[in-house]
Design a protein around this ligand. Structure first.
Ligand SMILES: [Zn+2]
Length: 139
């Protein structure tokens, strides 16, 4: 395990524990409403689309596409050591989108980062219990 110097999330047993349990095994687990069949992220106990509380978890592909991105030139909480870096919203293959730090791109050449570029999730072991996700451009 590398020295992880950033904030480490605390799983919530009502909403995010299945997500973090999957993360520890290198699996992207997503919540899906069994009433309207839509995927949502971040995890919630009530579907943000139809307000049903019938939520199931499934293992997603870990594939997505850049929706938008920004170059961060400053940071705090450990991120200052990584600046400049690129943050992005990723459109998940299965639906909805999430926020991430993007890898496999040059923050000094944002003109080369393509909206819609295919990305794959990867995990960093932040502690014995928590692995945190990053996304990497793969095309
Ligand atoms: Zn729903």
């Amino acid at each position: 395990m590398a020295d992880y110097n950033k904030m480490i999330p605390t799983p919530d047993k009502f909403t995010s524990k299945p997500y973090w349990d999957g993360a520890k095994e290198g699996k992207l687990m997503l919540p899906r409403c069994t009433t309207c069949n839509k995927v949502h992220f971040y995890p919630r106990v009530i579907c943000p689309f139809c307000h049903s509380s019938d939520i199931e978890w499934f293992e997603a592909s870990g594939e997505g596409y850049i929706h938008t991105f920004a170059v961060q030139t400053r940071g705090s909480g450990g991120w200052q050591d990584d600046a400049p870096f690129v943050t992005a919203y990723i459109d998940l293959k299965e639906g909805d989108r999430l926020f991430t730090v993007l890898r496999g791109v040059d923050p000094d050449k944002p003109q080369e980062i393509q909206i819609g570029a295919k990305c794959q999730i990867e995990w960093d072991e932040a502690s014995d219990e928590i692995s945190v996700p990053y996304w990497r451009v793969v095309e």
